[in-house]
Design a protein around this ligand. Structure first.
Ligand code: 6GU
Length: 242
């Protein structure tokens, strides 16, 4: 997968050299390039922002540098990337979207700062490539950089060969629309708290059933919205009994 990121703070992306994402980059599973938006400015001050039409606080990112950046990174003679624009006004980023993005061959992230990017940049880009404004949740960040780190981590770990143990993808929280059961390791008793007996029973059928039920209970307690959104065929008779 190829990923381009455009930002006025390329230094934010230094952690992408580390750990499993760093390894995915080193072995070529992920071809990631971070670009400084100011590369596409032409004035001495390398200006990327201006005051908003209609008034109001803060500054808006000017369209010209963004237009040139997108022209350079999504040239008309190449297959268009999918453009992702982090914004608190975007569609919610979910595990389902992470799977969807992991199936793309080229992602382009445009990190806005200040109050955001002039909307015409997105309108124009949409004539050339699919454009999605995405939000991490209902809170406001200074800019899209940290959101892109989050999304890249969620997406790259789904790429074939990035996770050592692909089985863990199948069992984790959100994989089936439910939260995962609690997990434990040795010792069996620690500071007066014991590992649930069933996990030490060696009965794999019973353990799977326990995990399923704990996942259901946790989801009901913490995220009733997830349970309500679950397609009915995802719950079996034993789930409903539990
Ligand atoms: Cl994706 N970007 C910004 N700037 N703020 C956010 C966000 C994204 N998601 C939640 N708040």
């Amino acid at each position: 997968m190829r990923v381009d990121v455009v930002s006025i703070f390329p230094e934010y992306f230094a952690p992408l050299d580390l750990s499993l994402i760093g390894r995915a980059r080193a072995n070529g599973v992920l071809q990631l390039a971070v670009h400084d938006l100011r590369t596409w400015t032409h004035d001495v001050h390398r200006t990327v922002d201006d005051t908003p039409y209609g008034g109001g606080p803060g500054m808006v990112m000017r369209p010209e540098p963004w237009g040139e950046a997108l022209d350079a990174l999504a040239p008309l003679d190449a297959p268009p990337p999918r453009l992702l624009v982090p914004s608190p006004a975007g569609a919610p980023f979910t595990q389902a979207m992470a799977y969807e993005l992991a199936a793309e061959s080229h992602l382009l992230f445009a990190c806005g700062r200040y109050e955001g990017i002039d909307q015409r940049v997105l309108a124009h880009a949409a004539t050339r490539m699919p454009v999605t404004e995405v939000s991490l949740g209902d809170y406001v960040l200074f800019g899209g950089e940290v959101a892109v780190l989050v999304m890249l981590e969620a997406v790259t770990r789904l790429l074939p060969g990035v996770l050592g143990n692909a089985g863990s993808l199948d069992e984790e929280s959100h994989a089936h629309g439910l939260l995962e059961a609690p997990i434990y390791t040795k010792p069996p008793s620690w500071r007066g708290h014991d590992v649930p007996e069933v996990l030490r029973s060696g009965d794999h059928g019973k353990i799977a059933r326990w995990r399923r039920e704990e996942g259901l209970l946790r989801t009901a307690a913490r995220r009733p919205d997830l349970l309500a959104a679950l397609p009915p065929d995802r719950l079996d008779k034993r789930d409903i009994a539990a």
